[in-house]
Design a protein around this ligand. Structure first.
Ligand code: UD1
Length: 423
């Protein structure tokens, strides 16, 4: 296994370009299943473990893919298997994204039930509800979701999500674009990842109104075409890099971004005392002498994202006073806290809120990654900790951060990747 060895106390400063978004790549790769012909060329796809897993899943279904220099080419013409097996789905919950497109194109899909997850229950009831609203019959047997369409073709319907779900909105959209007639989706997720998926589907020939809002209206069509597409930047990676500069007292410019998509996060950096300057496609952060404690509540977009919650907690260990970080999306997403406390942080958990007492001098030790964003918070803590921090099980981090140690080292960090054996 790999671990990151971080020699802390170095300032993160300089200029860096954000990678393409992982969470946008996954639904758009799934959406390629909707086209019966042609080859997709997807640019700026990050070279990540999750992308490899998803590509493997498409290959298993019969798609042909090549991936070189962040360009992913996909032809789904020869897709034959309609079964997404447990071995691949268990590696990544986002595999559920193949349900909507496979059902819409082939009238049948069998997808293994994704298991639990490191930060609490992650049900898929809303994905299934959406498919049923469009006329599918769903049965769950021997660990598989078996979805069929008694009428042969999905038909438009009204889907009203009781809570905002990125994944279920994506699946509903990908099914509705090939359904007969009009579909309306209320309380749709308005995250930039869904907005990009809408743009991708529209470029393929779909008709979608309300892109970027919580009310979507789709007119179904019979055929969609393969396209060339440029992926958007990863707003969570960008936020993590800004936090790396802020926690070490550095100044950073992150290029290749759309600052408008990061307003909630940037506002919090300003509240914490950082100076933020933006251009159309860059964000510059200058650190203050002392970080000001800043409460955040993670909620659906455009609020502060749950995927930045762990990194914010790490940052607040260095602020002068008490901050409260609440997660209203995933109430139990706090696996990073015991590990941050092992580095010397003072953080308590009360229900879905973390209370951070800062500033604390952190000192390096071995810590364990438990999930993707938890790992990112441990890396941030390691950057500011005295001595050497070893972040074990770094495969979690590799799922979502492209060349992270190379990027941070180019900004002044001292991080090496080493092999180790876990007993
Ligand atoms: C996506 C992101 C993940 C992010 C999350 C919230 C990807 C690959 N992952 O995950 O990084 O943390 O959005 O922004 O894009 N829920 C249900 N029933 C369902 C589906 C969801 O109750 O059928 C609940 C979840 O438990 C959670 C909330 O809805 O409390 C939001 O989850 P959702 O937006 O669906 O997350 P994902 O799409 O899985």
């Amino acid at each position: 296994m790999d671990k990151l060895v971080i020699r802390g106390g170095r300032r993160i400063s300089g200029s860096i370009t954000a990678s393409g978004s992982k969470n946008t790549s996954l639904p758009i790769i799934a959406a390629t299943l909707l086209a019966g012909d042609g080859t997709f060329t997807l640019h700026k796809i990050p070279d990540l473990k999750d992308i490899m897993t998803f590509t493997q899943l498409l290959n298993h279904l019969g798609a042909e893919t090549t991936f070189e220099g962040n360009i992913l080419k996909i032809s789904t013409r020869n897709v034959e298997s309609l079964q997404a097996p447990y071995e691949l789905v268990k590696k990544m919950r986002a595999s559920i994204y193949v349900l909507g497109p496979m059902l819409a194109r082939f009238g049948h899909a069998r997808v293994s039930l994704p298991g639990g997850c490191a930060f609490g229950p992650r049900p898929i009831d809303l994905h299934l509800m959406a498919m049923e609203k469009l006329g599918a019959t769903i049965t769950i047997e021997t660990g598989f979701i078996d979805a069929t369409i008694p009428g042969g073709k999905l038909r438009g319907g009204h889907i009203n999500f009781p809570i905002s779900s990125v994944g279920a909105t994506g699946n509903a959209l990908m099914a509705a674009v090939l359904a007969e007639g009009r579909t309306t989706i209320s309380n749709a997720a308005a995250e930039p990842e869904i907005e990009t998926l809408c743009k991708f589907l529209i470029a393929m020939g779909a008709t979608i109104r309300g892109t970027g809002t919580t009310e979507l209206e789709i007119e179904g069509t019979n055929t969609l075409r393969a396209i060339e597409f440029h992926n958007v930047f990863d707003r969570i990676e960008a936020g993590t890099l800004l936090a790396a500069a802020a926690i070490t007292g550095g100044d950073i410019t992150v290029n290749g971004v759309e600052p408008d998509q990061m307003k909630a996060v940037l506002n919090k950096f300003v509240h914490a005392g950082c100076t933020i300057e933006t251009t159309e496609n860059s964000i510059t952060l200058k650190s203050p002498k002392k970080l000001i404690p800043t409460d955040v509540t993670a909620k659906p977009y455009p609020s502060f994202p749950t995927d930045m919650q762990a990194q914010w907690i790490a940052l607040m260990t260095q602020a002068e006073g008490t901050s409260r970080i609440t997660d209203k999306v995933y109430h139990e997403r706090f696996n990073h806290i015991p590990e941050l406390n092992r580095l010397g942080a003072h953080i308590e958990i009360h229900k879905n809120q973390a209370i951070v007492q800062g500033p604390q001098l952190l000192s390096g030790t071995k810590v364990m990654s438990t999930d993707l964003r938890a790992s990112a918070s441990l890396v941030l803590a390691g950057l500011v900790a005295e001595g050497t921090t070893e972040v074990l099980r770094v495969y979690h981090l590799d799922r979502g951060y492209e060349k992270i140690e190379m990027k941070l080292n180019s900004l002044g960090a001292d991080i090496s990747r080493e092999k180790y054996t876990e007993f």
